[in-house]
Design a protein around this ligand. Structure first.
Ligand SMILES: C[S@@+](CC[C@H](N)C(=O)[O-])C[C@H]1O[C@@H](n2cnc3c(N)ncnc32)[C@H](O)[C@@H]1O
Length: 410
């Protein structure tokens, strides 16, 4: 291997793969191709030929274009640029918006079929207003990086090379207007730009002390640190709140059970559950970051039954299931559990620990379809069936898609 690196070949792109790349073949070998669309013939440059089973390549020129191809929504990521100089973070920006959703739905469906052997075919739902804005202006958080000369920009699509850009079209208009793209940040590594829904734009850099900010979901206020996790799309918290509330079957929900909000952040979904089922609802939110837990406790203070605990979900669950009395076990068996793990998913250990607590109902909010599908298989092994899945386009012009899956005990 190695002799193909940098070579140009023409390939037919046949399918979409996870991670924002498409699948082509060369002499029977799979080639993962960036910046292409299934159905196209493209000229690609091979960027990685180390593996026997697959290579990676980037599109240099489109030979036969898909009818779904558009000019890229961000000129900084355009196919007209050398691949090394294309800005990252908008890897579907050259695809018609509705077709992006078709491809995301296909990835979710195929992942569930391949990894969990279940058939679900959710459409990818649009956040209200996104189509009217052509999928732009949604990002409330942007991480920019600083190069040796002090210039600020996103990383290139497939490297840590900083690309100078004139605009950030995926970002909210307020964030875009305030992002200091032409200033010099020599001495810093990274600048995060934030536009909380309560207004204003904040820059976070270096060892700056985190500040408390407020995010709004409908009428409800959440306090959190500006360095902490919050959903990125300006409509995501509201859309996911409604999706979690809809996913919980009132017939299965017991407000007095030991309900859980795992990977709870500052309590967004515990609040969604409390808002739907009333202030007496018992629910514990578990989160690894102690600062987020402190804010969750504050954000949930009006619910008498709400508790916020700091802990790693695996350790916390292990302690829970090993130490539970018969009464507590019975309360767990009647429980509804919402979990919203990071991109890597919950994983086998957490799924098995959770299943050993035997909750009646599980609502899984997933930001990675492949990790989700793997976990669906783990749940199935432990007697939990995926009853329904919805999917949401919370990251237009990127390959990311959010899913909400509902499980019940067999
Ligand atoms: C995708 S975020 C979801 C947060 C919250 N549900 C929300 O929507 O705002 C995942 C959260 O899990 C936390 N986290 C990551 N790994 C964890 C672990 N092993 N145990 C507990 N929390 C974890 C992160 O700090 C982050 O707040």
């Amino acid at each position: 291997m190695g002799e193909w690196l940098g070579q140009m070949i023409e390939v037919d792109v046949t399918n979409i793969a996870h991670g924002g790349v498409s699948v082509a073949r060369h002499d029977g070998r799979v080639v993962f191709v960036s910046d292409a669309i299934p159905g196209e013939r493209v000229l690609v440059r091979i960027t990685d030929d180390k593996k026997k089973s697959f290579w990676r390549a980037e599109t240099v020129k489109v030979v036969t274009a898909s009818k779904h191809r558009k000019d890229h929504v961000w000129s900084a990521a355009s196919i007209d640029r050398d691949p090394d100089n294309r800005a990252g973070g908008a890897e579907f920006g050259h695809i018609e918006l509705s077709h992006q959703r078709t491809l995301k739905a296909q990835i979710l469906r195929e992942s569930l079929e391949r990894m969990a052997k279940v058939t679900h075919a959710p459409v990818v739902e649009v956040v209200p207003g996104d189509d009217e804005r052509n999928g732009l202006g949604w990002r409330t958080r942007v991480s920019l990086h600083v190069n040796d000369a002090g210039n600020l920009g996103p990383f290139a699509a497939r490297s840590h090379r900083v690309i100078s850009v004139r605009d950030l079209p995926l970002a909210t208009p307020e964030l875009s207007a305030a992002a200091p793209l032409d200033q010099n940040f020599a001495g810093f590594e990274r600048v995060d730009v934030l536009n909380p829904s309560s207004g204003g734009v904040r820059l976070i850099m270096g060892k700056q002390k985190p500040q408390v900010i407020t995010e709004l979901v409908g009428e409800r206020e959440f306090s959190l640190l500006d360095s902490g996790f919050w959903q990125v799309h300006h409509g995501a918290a509201e859309v996911l709140t409604a999706a979690v509330q809809d996913a919980i079957d009132p017939e299965l929900f017991d407000p007095a059970a030991s309900n859980l909000d795992l990977y709870g952040g500052v309590g967004l979904f515990a609040a969604a559950v409390g808002d739907k089922f009333g202030p007496a609802t018992k629910i514990t939110t578990v989160e690894a970051e102690s600062s987020a837990t402190d804010h969750a406790a504050q954000n949930l203070s009006e619910w008498l039954g709400a508790r916020a605990e700091t802990g790693r979900v695996d350790r916390w669950l292990r302690q829970l299931v090993t130490g539970a009395s018969a009464t507590e076990r019975a309360r767990l068996e009647r429980a509804t559990v919402v979990l919203d793990p990071p991109r890597s998913g919950a994983g086998r250990e957490v799924v098995e620990l959770l299943a050993s607590a035997a909750p009646a109902h599980v609502v899984y909010v997933a930001c990675d379809p492949v990790a989700f599908a793997r976990d669906v298989a783990f749940f199935a092994e432990k007697g939990y069936t995926l009853r329904a899945v919805r999917a949401f386009d919370l990251f237009p012009h990127t390959h990311h898609v959010e899913a909400v899956g509902t499980f019940t005990r067999d």
